[in-house]
Write a protein that binds this ligand. Sequence first.
Ligand SMILES: [Fe+2]
Ligand SMILES: [Fe+2]
Length: 319
Amino acid sequence: MIASQVTAASKAWKFNSLFEEYPLEEAVKRASEMERERAYWSQLPLIQELYKVGWRGWQDLPGAQLIQDLYEWEQGINRQNKNEPSYPKVHSNPYIWKGELAPEQMRDVDIRLYLLVANGIGSTGFSTVQAFLEGNLEARQLINWWHFDEETHEDMKLYAISHRWGVPEDHLLMESEKLRIGLLKEQEQAIDINNIRTVTRFQATRYGPAILAGALMLFERENVWTSQRLRPALQRHYRYTNEDLVFVNVHTFIDIFHVKLGEYLVAKYAKTKEEQELVRAMYQNQKLRQAELSKAFFNKLFAGKTVKLTQDEVDGNVG
Ligand SMILES: [Fe+2]
Ligand SMILES: [Fe+2]
């Protein structure tokens, strides 16, 4: 057993005490302050700059228009799907917010999310390597900062599911390992605008430019509002305790910061038309594919069919 698994429970408790002590809004505020404080301890002045309240520096950088376009596009997609109960994703949508899943269905959704998170997070490490190969120190440092946060989230999810549903951590780790082995078999291919819509996230980060990590950071924007809606629903309908909620709690605020990293990376380094179109396609494809897969999942679930993870989904979530 690795050290991080041994300490998962203690870490979870430490973080979660905020959400026990204070109402959600105050807890989010304090947790968010904790993240900023961590930035101030950092040796990287860049992180300190980006994490300042109200930072909008990306708006003066070359890729600013692209980011504005993506945000507007996303608002349109959200509006179009406002009556779709499976939207935006398998683990946060009106079916769950209204408590329409049976407890065992909720458990399956939760386990599925762990498997997605475990493999999605692992593969983002490739973007650090890409930044190294590209000689982009700044991108490497920001991606590493993000990657470290996400690694801790994987631990939180493992702990929370095991605690909530009584599934042994060893079993979850074994299932995750099977998926990882499947992912590694994917073919190497150069990533460009022609294939970015068909490759998996794993392939995109492994073989594509480091800037694609910025697209994934931007994509985490929706995690904030979806987690804030999810939290009270899990408490009310599924009786989640504060210990069970550690992963959800952290996502009520942390991606406010991850999005800032993404805004900086994309706005500064997606300069050429090709780079910008690659980021745009990655972002939009993730959003559309996630909605499609979520709909298919619930169609099968409510038809009483076994819902297995497809290869397409295995790396479908950074978390
Ligand atoms: Fe994140
Ligand atoms: Fe995360």
